[in-house]
Design a protein. Structure first.
Length: 478
């Protein structure tokens, strides 16, 4: 699956260089440091054996919160720093004395030595702040002695700290990773920044991630090569039925054409206007990936789709893409494109020639004509607002869209309107007439969306290309 990305490749490479490496994992409480450290132990299980030294939880609590880690870190290798002796359930009768740092290292040596006879130990200290307080030693000296210990035992080490800013301990270790969280319009966003990994090339210093299901998963870039490359073959879209005798129809809704969007938004009520607010850094292929499943779903259920022109979308590419997504028959019969430049290749009756200044009138005329000629079919209007505003007066565009919004509510059609965040007119005007408002944006090439109306949490956008037909995947940031 496209969302099965655990530890970034730079971190895996860092711990695979064949020598002892120490990694400082820092950040404020709740940023994901502990889960990431445990995930490292899980991902590196073929080469290392994890030892978890915690000032936070005992083995029982650890497995209750993270049951998946028990296989990689057995109970005898979970050391509870809140107790002065090894818990009774541990198989190894080791006692670690926390009264001083030298005594602690002697006790730790007993455990590490036995494990090192079979596999490279991966020691996780969570956290060094509490450990230094327990052994009554400055944190800098504690960190230095731990790193020296790991090197002498040819072990790997992860040191967790609550310190956020750069400090002396950053220079003691081989690698530093900072965990952060911030909020975008009250929606949680998690970020991991690689500050240094000695001896390892850092191709991507920033990763966005989720802690869904109690696991660390980083997000990858949204693939779009399947849209551009004509040689990429896949089955035609299998529609999510929303006509009569379906749960969608009975509830007065359309499907978004993808289970992921339906799960987040609960489908879309018939007669709605959906406004997508688009980050101007996004490519057209990325926008298509998110917004076209509903187009596919309409066409494969023999419903008309009328699309206004876009300055960034060539009709030749558009028709070739739809032919591959839904088939030539559905495209040729039910898809209509309004061309305002009059210089594109003829596509039979699919391209409707219009006069540039009358583009807004043609939009409503085409819908009316289809309803008269074909017995009032259900239609989807797909409009590029910014292109329309570059052709016609901004106020006229808003007036026509308001009229369309009112009309489709009566007739049960659907309208998708795409609007750049940096467009000529403020989006608050269009938000007022939209029934659903969805924000799409990119951060370092990673695509996110969230609902403004209705309010939803933040989701990473990806696509699963392992299936017969590309499938949109939405991963919540938690």
């Amino acid at each position: 699956m496209t969302n099965n990305y655990a530890i970034p490749p730079e971190v895996c490479s860092f711990f695979s260089v064949g020598k002892s490496s120490s990694l400082l994992v820092k950040g404020a409480p709740g940023t994901g440091k502990t889960i990431f450290s445990l995930q490292c132990a899980s991902e590196l299980k073929e080469k290392t054996s994890g030892i978890y030294f915690s000032t936070r939880v005992d083995a029982k609590s650890l497995y209750e919160h993270f049951p998946w880690i028990k296989e990689q870190i057995p109970p005898e290798q979970v050391i509870d720093a809140t107790k002065s002796i090894t818990p009774k359930e541990m198989d190894l009768a080791y006692v670690i004395n926390y009264s001083s740092l030298p005594d602690f290292l002697k006790g730790l040596y007993s455990i590490v030595y036995k494990i090192s006879q079979q596999q490279t130990p991966l020691i996780i200290v969570d956290s060094i702040d509490a450990l230094a307080a327990n052994v009554k030693t400055p944190i800098e000296e504690t960190c230095s002695r731990l790193v020296d210990f790991a090197e002498s035992m040819n072990s790997q080490m992860i040191i967790v700290t609550e310190r956020y800013d750069t400090s002396t301990i950053d220079y003691i270790v081989d690698g530093v990773i900072k965990f952060e969280r911030r909020f975008i319009e009250n929606r949680l966003l998690r970020r991991m920044r690689i500050e240094k990994l000695r001896g390892t090339e850092i191709r991507n210093p920033t990763y966005y991630f989720t802690l869904q299901n109690g696991k660390f998963q980083y997000f990858k870039r949204l693939p779009t090569h399947h849209l551009i490359d004509d040689s990429y073959e896949y089955d035609h879209h299998s529609p999510i039925r929303d006509s009569e005798d379906t749960k969608f129809f009975d509830s007065g809704k359309f499907s978004f054409g993808t289970e992921a969007m339906d799960k987040v938004f609960g489908g879309v009520r018939r007669g709605s206007l959906i406004l997508f607010e688009i980050d101007d850094k996004m490519t057209m292929e990325e926008v298509i990936t998110v917004t076209f499943p509903i187009v596919e779903n309409f066409l494969t259920q023999k419903r008309y789709v009328i699309m206004s022109p876009s300055e960034n979308l060539h009709p030749d590419f558009l028709f070739k893409l739809l032919n591959r997504l839904v088939g030539e028959e559905a495209t040729s019969k039910y898809f209509k494109y309004l061309d305002q430049i009059l210089q594109y290749v003829e596509q039979g009756n699919n391209i409707i020639k219009t006069q540039r200044k009358r583009i807004l009138k043609y939009i409503t005329d085409v819908v009316n004509k289809l309803k008269v000629e074909h017995g009032k079919p259900i239609s989807l209007l797909y409009l590029f607002i910014d292109t329309l505003e570059s052709i016609a007066d901004v106020n006229d565009v808003f007036r026509v869209l308001s009229s369309i919004a009112a009309k489709i509510k009566i007739e049960g059609d659907l309208c998708i309107a795409l609007k750049l965040v940096s467009g000529r007119r403020g989006n608050e005007y269009y938000r007022k007439i939209a029934d659903i408002v969805i924000k799409l944006f990119t951060l370092n090439g990673i695509i996110f969306l969230y609902g403004i109306k209705p309010v939803t949490k933040l989701y990473n956008v990806n696509v699963d290309l392992t299936l017969p037909h590309p499938k949109l995947v939405l991963i919540p940031v938690v």
